[in-house]
Design a protein around this ligand. Structure first.
Ligand SMILES: Nc1ncnc2c1ncn2[C@@H]1O[C@H](COP(=O)(O)OP(=O)(O)OP(=O)(O)O)[C@@H](O)[C@H]1O
Length: 667
């Protein structure tokens, strides 16, 4: 295997692909304490609230969509706070297959995959066609309770922290088949991915990123986000590059609160440490509790939670997790980004957790005597690991020498000033107890100290991150300027000024998995889903007409790629046989129009404007743009033309012979 390949393999293993975080069952991992983030604690608090939650669950989905406004209002009335409880909705198809629907959300495709869950890009059928990210638990983890716990924590953080710290919490949607946590869709990439993009341009194939970027991402982005979380009593417990996602420009959010936990409990709880009062009024309070909080008693023994690559030695040693450990992990993230790797990176990739622990303990022993190892770089660490394995495999008779050369460590590791900065930061953390607040300024200043580069450390070969332009912007522009080659129907401004969904939401998606409309272009799948949804959800008629047109026009005027869209992949559009999928879509489209009385009602073209508090609301014309030579000013005539076109297309298709079955091949 080439060195490059090997390195790549290591790299792939070091972050999200192969982490070894443990997943607690029932959303909590305490063995000897209360359950501060058990969602049920916050739901079953009083009979009244339990009833309200039941009624919220029974509410038709279209009225409880979006920000779960309904429950929030009800809960506010009761003076109690309920975080992240599930809303019962209906499901069409198997969510999150592409094209499936969960409540108001239509699934567009997969965004990412973690150890126990996958994340999917969705679009809401609601007013703003809002994009969302849906987190869904994978097979074995479906009943683990982690999703409920995550919904509780995210909802709490979203309501308690300054805007933009975490993704907007939208809701926790449950059907009879599954559940999903819906949150704001973050269009940027996560830090792990951003680093991979830089790595691809590094001439020496190192995993390093520019010092300036590593400093910014950790000291100016991640650390303040963690500080905000700690101030409301939540520890993240899985700090790593892939859990920090870019929103836009230089703004980032922390994500993934599946392992997060509150370190605060009600002052009268059995597990409260009465000697350590919680200083802030914000913390994850149990339902109907408005009293003060205390730190939770430190547990004598805690199970490992997190990722071996970045977990603090205290977590390896079974000490109870506290803010100190999040910050410790952050320092490891910094060393990893700035130098390209960590001394135990190959052990972490091989899930040798005990070896990772031993390495970390060795480095931090004797006031961090061996701290320079943290900056030696990935090439050095990978070679050192191989040497060690080779020596271990050699028989006793050998001369105890390895044939694998050790490359020169990164010059940063010889810069005493920088090594001392790290030593100082780790020394501070190692002195902290469970109840202590880290000195965030000290940590930040230690990382900032790396900006003073001496000549040996200057990284001329590493590209800096480009913050201004994102690839999706250029794609968006490309889509907007695409020429229109068939008649279009566009709802210019609707009653509430809503604009139509932008094609760009369908860009840059990696689509996997099966679909109810499998094989059709994603954008079209969404439009068919929207058209069908409108039939049953009392959407205003002019919108229903607009959505229907978005399906009917491509069916009539765009080329139907039978090879891709029909079963078997062996078809052409001119093979003379009936295209069953095409026919069924034509029929479904016509049936939708018939349900709406073929859009003959005047309300398709006019609406009542009741936005102002006018006792006699005005009837206004719906603004539509029809791009068709003869029907520019007559939408009604245009609609009739399309209806006739659909009927004719159905007749023509039905008249064709059934296609022969797909040939079976055993090769
Ligand atoms: N709100 C979001 N918007 C866009 N992408 C997101 C969002 N949340 C998460 N992602 C992407 O999905 C990836 C996995 O998400 P997350 O970490 O929550 O899942 P996980 O199963 O807990 O992963 P892991 O096991 O690696 O910790 C993230 O690294 C990020 O790239």
């Amino acid at each position: 295997m080439m060195v490059d390949d090997e390195l790549k393999q290591e790299n792939d293993c070091n972050d999200q692909q192969h982490n070894d975080r443990m997943v607690p069952t029932n959303g909590d991992d305490d063995q000897d304490t209360a359950k501060p983030v058990d969602p049920m604690l916050f739901v079953k608090g009083s009979e009244d609230t339990a009833q309200l939650i039941d009624s919220a669950a029974a509410t038709p989905l279209h009225s409880s969509i979006g920000d779960a406004t309904l429950e929030k209002q009800q809960i506010k009335r009761l003076g109690a706070t309920v975080y992240g409880q599930a809303i019962q909705v209906t499901e069409k198809g198997v969510f999150p297959a592409v094209g499936s629907i969960l409540g108001p959300y239509f699934c567009l495709g997969k965004l990412g995959m973690g150890t126990f869950s996958s994340i999917h890009k969705c679009v809401s059928f609601q007013k703003e066609n809002r994009l969302a990210a849906a987190k869904v638990e994978l097979g074995d983890y479906q009943q683990s309770g982690v999703l409920e716990s995550e919904a509780t924590v995210l909802d709490f953080l979203y309501r308690s922290l300054p805007k933009g710290t975490v993704p907007t919490y939208i809701g926790h949607y449950k059907s009879s088949k599954g559940a999903a946590l819906l949150m704001e869709y973050l269009p940027g990439k996560d830090m792990h991915y951003m680093r991979e993009e830089i790595m691809a341009t590094n001439k020496d194939s190192s995993r390093r990123i520019a010092v300036k970027d590593a400093v910014y991402l950790t000291a100016d982005v991640m650390l303040p986000l963690l500080k905000e979380m700690h101030q409301v009593g939540i520890v993240h417990r899985d700090v790593k590059p892939s859990n920090c996602v870019r929103r836009q420009g230089k703004e980032f959010c922390m994500v993934d609160f599946g392992l997060s936990k509150s370190i605060v409990v009600a002052a009268d709880a059995e597990v409260a440490d009465k000697d350590h009062a919680w200083p802030d009024s914000r913390w994850l309070k149990p339902l109907n509790y408005n009293g003060p909080g205390c730190y939770r008693k430190e547990r004598a023994k805690a199970e490992f939670r997190g990722t071996s690559m970045y977990a603090s030695p205290r977590v390896h040693q079974g000490r109870d997790y506290c803010p100190r450990d999040d910050v410790w992990s952050l320092l490891y993230v910094f060393c990893d980004l700035v130098s390209g790797g960590l001394p135990w990176m190959s052990y972490a990739a091989g899930r040798e957790r005990e070896s990772c622990q031993a390495f970390k303990e060795r480095i931090h022993a004797n006031d961090g005597e061996e701290s320079s190892l943290l900056l030696m770089g990935d090439h050095y660490h990978v070679a050192a690991f191989k040497r060690e394995k080779q020596l271990a495999a050699q028989s006793q008779s050998s001369d105890g020498r390895s044939t694998i050369p050790l490359p020169e460590p990164h010059p940063m590791s010889k810069d005493e000033h920088k090594v001392n900065l790290l030593r100082k930061a780790f020394r501070h953390l190692s002195e902290l107890q469970f109840y202590d607040t880290p000195d965030y300024t000290l940590i930040q200043e230690s990382i900032w100290g790396f900006l003073e580069l001496n000549d040996a450390c200057k990284e001329l070969s590493i590209e800096e991150m480009q913050w201004e332009s994102t690839s999706s912007t250029s794609e968006a522009d490309a889509v907007k300027t695409r020429p229109v080659n068939h008649p279009t129907w566009e709802l210019i401004v609707s009653a509430d000024g809503e604009s139509a969904i932008d094609d760009t939401v369908f860009q840059d998606l990696e689509v996997r998995g099966g679909s109810a409309y499998g094989g059709l272009p994603l954008e079209f799948q969404f439009k068919v889903g929207q058209m069908e949804y409108n039939q049953t959800h009392g959407v205003e008629i002019h919108r229903t007409l607009n959505d229907w047109m978005q399906v009917a026009l491509p069916l009539l005027y765009k080329e139907w790629d039978a090879k891709k869209f029909e079963d078997g992949g062996h078809r052409t559009s001119t093979d003379g046989f009936r295209r069953d999928r095409y026919l069924s879509l034509l029929q479904s489209c016509l049936a939708c129009a018939k349900k709406e009385d073929c859009f003959q009602s005047r309300n398709c073209y006019y609406y009542i404007d009741d936005r102002e508090e006018d006792p006699t609301p005005k009837k206004r014309k719906v603004e539509i743009q029809v791009n068709h030579e003869s029907d520019k000013h007559s939408p009604l005539v245009f609609v009739s033309r399309v209806l006739v076109g659909l009927e004719r297309a159905i007749e023509l298709e039905k008249a064709k012979k059934s296609p022969p079955p797909v040939r079976i091949s055993f090769s």
